[in-house]
Design a protein around this ligand. Structure first.
Ligand code: PLP
Length: 355
């Protein structure tokens, strides 16, 4: 049990109003959770304090060598007034896997969950209630030693900030256009592709800018060695429905193990759909498209939950999926997962945790 010190804000901000569009990740609540780490002392001084800038030495290691872990999950307001988290233990487990990979000290799981619950409870009034809205939770750790030199830091800060977010697709599910990247790569096996860390995103920026310039909203990555096996999309995992089967790339060490990905697989299996986690060659997708057996494509991730894919572009081939519309399973998965998150669909799998 963490002994959390509280310092309430004396200048609460105005809550976003109902008509505020709540652009993703732009508004932050009144408080944040902070805890420090020092070699010899461990994690200590847990506190919930007013949301504010943090002061760091310009030589703080995170600025120079990128030792940083982050997570993303959401809290939802159920119709009956309960505040629900969706599978937070999966995010906590993944956070510590990231920590291990990039030499950040692990955070005890119970303390991590307690910190999330307490800070969410503190700013509960900020959880929006309109359909599709939620409170996005962003835990992260940064290396703070004032030192230029490459080694793991001896000191860290763990923070949790909260941001009320609107529906990702305000007019309902909206198919995205995806650029299959054949020039740059995101990650290779043995690297940090399966860790949730900022460095993976900086590696992706150039490609994302290129795709945007071409009129595509996201990038689909191929493997870094052969440049032909499908990995994942920007901040989502990817699924294909081919000839009645759900197919997704197997977790191979360079793909981020999404919580939504795992939930999609479990639901599809529960519905009796065949699910294959395996290597997928991009030419297989092209052939399925040409044969007419590419029935659906969708991405999965916490932010959008399910993102139907309406178009894929690979080299000179443009593949129009479902005539650019929404697939049956994309819709069904979206409705079921968001239904469970909001306490509207019976949570037979025990995925929600009450704050
Ligand atoms: C976070 C993330 C995902 C999605 O994971 P969820 O747990 O489903 O939100 C997928 N790919 C990358 C690169 C990510 O950072």
């Amino acid at each position: 049990m963490l002994n959390i010190r509280y310092e309430k804000t004396t200048t609460p901000k105005e809550l976003p109003t109902r008509d505020n569009p709540l652009k993703f990740g732009t508004i932050f609540t009144d408080h944040m959770f902070v805890m420090d780490y020092e070699v010899g002392k461990g994690w200590h001084d847990a506190r919930i304090i007013p949301y504010q800038p943090i002061s760091l030495d310009p030589s703080a290691m995170v600025f120079h060598y990128g030792q940083e872990m982050f997570e993303g999950l959401k809290a939802y307001k159920a119709e009956d007034g309960r505040t629900l988290l969706f599978r937070p233990e999966k995010n906590i487990e993944r956070a510590n896997n990231t920590n291990k990979r990039i030499c950040i000290p692990e955070i005890p799981e119970e303390d991590f969950l307690q910190a999330i619950k307490e800070v969410v409870k503190t700013d509960e009034a900020w959880i929006p209630t309109k359909p599709g809205t939620s409170l996005y939770i962003r835990p992260f750790v940064i290396a703070t030693d004032p030192f230029l030199g490459v080694r793991p830091s001896d000191t860290y800060k763990f923070l949790i900030i909260l941001s009320p977010v609107g529906a990702y697709y305000p007019e309902g599910l909206n198919p995205v256009k995806i650029w299959i990247e054949d020039e740059y790569v995101r990650a290779v096996k043995g690297g940090i592709g399966e860790a949730k860390t900022g460095a993976n995103y900086v590696a992706s920026l150039k490609s994302q800018v290129k795709a945007h310039d071409e009129g595509y909203s996201q990038v689909l990555w191929l493997d870094g060695v052969h440049r032909k096996y499908i990995e994942e999309v920007g901040a989502m995992n990817i699924f294909f429905k081919i000839d009645g089967k759900i197919v997704t790339p197997v977790l191979n060490g360079s793909i981020l193990p999404g919580v939504t990905r795992d939930s999609v697989i479990r639901l599809c299996k529960a519905w009796g759909l065949p699910v294959e986690e395996r290597k997928i060659d991009i030419t297989e997708i092209k052939e399925a498209y040409e044969k007419g057996t590419l029935e659906e494509v969708f991405g999965s991730g916490t932010a959008a939950v399910i993102s139907p894919v309406g178009q894929l572009r690979w080299e000179d081939t443009i593949m129009q999926v479902k005539d650019g519309g929404i697939g049956e399973y994309s819709q069904k998965l979206y409705d079921t997962i968001t239904g469970i998150q909001l306490g509207k669909v019976k949570d037979t799998l025990g995925w929600t945790v009450e704050v």
